[in-house]
Design a protein around this ligand. Sequence first.
Ligand SMILES: [Zn+2]
Length: 105
Amino acid sequence: MQGIRYCPQCNAPLPASMLDGLCPACLLKRGAAADTAPAPGASPFTPPSVAELAKLFPQLEILSLIGQGGMGVVYKARQPAPGVDFAERFNREARARYREGSLCR
Ligand SMILES: [Zn+2]
């Protein structure tokens, strides 16, 4: 069994199984930073609802929207099999695909 890893930015302990070592607190902070706000005149992004997202990720239990910044949205979700909570961050590409509906099958 591997020991607990630590976030290189904030030193929070990270379970080895979580997000490949990505720190949810730092991801949220980055996503909500002021410098990630959309440019003036840019069309505002409306994040998908929990119900809409659940349809796109049937393997996950989407629990709630945690936060939103200019570059993305953070949701709290659970992967039912291992029972691990994690934050799913959606980047610009994922949002674009969501708009195009290409994640729907
Ligand atoms: Zn961190």
